[in-house]
Design a protein around this ligand. Structure first.
Ligand code: MN
Length: 338
């Protein structure tokens, strides 16, 4: 057993009666959010449930090949709101995957709060809110998809995992641990990977589909950022890049095109924290990454209205670029880099 017996028993009881399920994940869903949600959807369908995945915003092009993405109810700028609302209103159970704070749903959080449906949380982020009747929350997991696989095992249903499900879950697992490179790559992550590969997930295919699909202009944008925008401070321990709306526009970027850029500065020996700031019409969006003990979750929560994990977090700033840079540089003094 991977999870507390009582939680698995409660979920098992719930699944004993086929129900209408809505699976919702966080805004700007990543590989884990979509992979875990779709894997769980396929599983629920095998258990006789009617299951739909809801995304509170659009998702990036590079994830659209994942099996089942064409069935996702997507809300973007108010478009698609009605079908999502209907799914949430009519659901018997709402499964909340890869988030633990209703704020991560933007204005859809309210619909989840108001719904009469039972809520089940499956998530690996820190500091969960208490809104679910059954809660699977464990920060030791590198991915929600890894949790989903272990939950299915605990329920005694490994036999139900088919190739499509396995590949969805493998996407979530591999993207959240940087294809088994980050420090959240545990023996269990490999154990689950072994199971999923045995069930038909293709590691080479998933890696190609996720990692090697740049358009030429995107790679040139990365080149521009690294050549012209990268700054190193704190004795070369901290790297950051700040991109204005005009620069982003010049490269004709599409959603998700800056994804992964924040990790490149770690190629430089000695860098242990990296930040990427991109100016949007109403905010500056920030990604933080770190190595080892440097806690960007706390940093993002304290200074930039965000959060996430110790080594990967996001935030935002509503002041201008110059002020944001100044605030960032000052805030760095709160971190012990030794
Ligand atoms: Mn995740």
């Amino acid at each position: 057993m991977n999870f507390p017996k009582e939680s698995i028993q409660a979920l098992s009881n719930l699944l004993a009666v086929p129900h209408k399920a809505a699976i919702i994940t966080h805004r700007n869903p990543d590989g884990d959010a979509l992979g875990a949600s779709l894997g769980w959807k396929f599983y629920l369908e095998k258990k006789g449930c009617k299951a739909a995945v809801i995304s509170p915003t659009a998702f990036t092009e590079n994830l659209k090949w994942i099996p089942g993405t064409d069935t996702i109810a997507v809300c973007e700028n108010g478009k698609g709101w009605k079908p999502c609302e209907k799914l949430l209103r009519e659901a018997d159970v709402i499964y909340c995957l890869d988030f633990n704070s209703l704020a991560r749903l933007e204005n859809m959080g309210e619909l989840v709060t108001k719904s009469r449906a039972k809520k089940v949380m499956i998530d690996h982020h820190q500091q969960p809110e208490a809104f679910s009747v059954i809660t699977f929350s464990n920060v030791k997991y590198c991915a929600t998809a890894e949790m989903v696989a272990d939950i299915i095992s605990d329920l005694g249903d490994e036999d139900l995992i088919d190739a499509a499900m396995a590949e969805c879950l493998y996407v979530g697992l591999a993207t959240d641990n940087g294809f088994f490179q980050f420090n959240n790559t545990t023996p269990n992550a490999h154990k689950v990977a072994a199971l999923l590969i045995a069930k038909g997930a293709r590691p080479d295919y998933v890696s190609e589909k996720i990692n090697n699909i740049f358009r030429e202009t995107r790679l040139r944008f990365f080149g521009y950022c690294l050549n012209e925008k990268l700054k190193l401070v704190n004795d070369g321990k901290v790297a950051y890049m700040m991109l204005s709306q005009a620069e982003i526009k010049k490269f004709n970027l599409q959603g998700g095109d800056s994804e992964g850029l924040v990790n490149y500065p770690f190629k430089i020996e000695g860098v242990i924290m990296s930040a990427y700031f991109s100016e949007e019409p109403d905010r500056i969006k920030i990604s933080f990454r770190s190595r080892g003990e440097v806690d960007v979750n706390t940093f993002a929560r304290t200074y930039f209205e965000g959060g996430g994990h110790r080594n990967a977090a996001g935030g935002k700033s509503l002041i201008g670029m110059d002020e944001t840079e100044k605030k960032f540089l000052e805030a760095l003094s709160s971190i012990n880099f030794n």
